[in-house]
Design a binder for this molecule. Structure first.
Ligand SMILES: O=C(O)c1ccccc1N[C@@H]1O[C@H](COP(=O)(O)O)[C@@H](O)[C@H]1O
Length: 213
């Protein structure tokens, strides 16, 4: 059985990047979306990832990014993957993958089983599908709000591409989420924070322990 992958997302300080590495997170996430309390610029991304060894994945979280933004971020050479969290079509995902040469993740907002079925359109375009809770209409952010969906919707669903689970995961529920869904990758942001955008070293450690237990 392969090892569980754990992504700690929305990192913005050297201390919390260090904590995620010490906690054995396999993926570090960095948000580039000005409306987010976790937003960082390209120069911060470069500095934060400088001490990260190459075996740890570095993922940029973006919402309907322009080619200009993607060019600026990928020029840092800091990234191994792009996580698209907006309304990107399968065609746009395929173009980004081909144009920027990085692994591309597509976040799939889930409320019903139909949302999971609709994700099939991205097979072949995205390298990984990330099933995340659908945020309410008019919400400030399309993710990173600590909302979860009904994990039983994923039970028994054949998913033919690499995938992961996010949305409302935390120290107290991540083990149950993995048990119900069989997720090979879990992704957390709000659940390891003391306040929006303020990550907790202790919570990062506790989350990774709980996920791996
Ligand atoms: O974290 C953000 O600010 C964010 C902004 C825009 C798009 C996605 C964002 N976060 C991602 O949302 C999921 C779930 O987060 P949470 O654990 O429920 O807070 C996760 O993949 C974050 O990377």
């Amino acid at each position: 059985m392969s090892r569980l992958a754990i992504k700690i997302c929305g990192l913005s300080t050297p201390e919390t990047v260090g904590a995620a590495m010490r906690a054995d997170a396999t993926h570090l996430g960095f948000v580039h979306f000005p409306k987010s309390p976790r937003h960082i610029e390209a120069d911060q991304l470069r500095a934060l990832t400088a001490p990260v060894p190459s075996h740890i994945h570095r993922v940029a979280v973006l919402v309907d990014p322009t080619d200009e933004v993607l060019t600026e971020l990928t020029a840092t050479d800091a990234l191994t993957a792009l996580q698209l969290h907006g309304k990107e079509t399968p065609e746009r995902v395929a173009i980004i993958r081909q144009r920027f040469g990085l692994s591309v993740w597509k976040a799939i907002p889930v409320k019903t089983r139909a949302d999971i079925d609709a994700a099939r359109a991205y097979a072949g375009a995205a390298d990984l599908l990330l099933f995340d809770a659908k945020t309410p209409d008019g919400a400030a952010l399309p993710g990173g709000m600590g909302l979860r969906f009904d994990w039983t919707l994923l039970r028994g669903v054949p998913i033919s591409v690499p995938w992961g689970l996010s949305g409302g995961l935390g120290i107290d529920n991540v083990a149950e989420a993995i048990r119900i869904t069989g997720a090979p990758l879990v992704d957390v942001s709000s659940g390891v924070e003391n306040a929006p955008g303020i990550k907790s070293v202790d919570k990062i450690m506790a989350f990774c322990n709980a996920a791996s237990s």
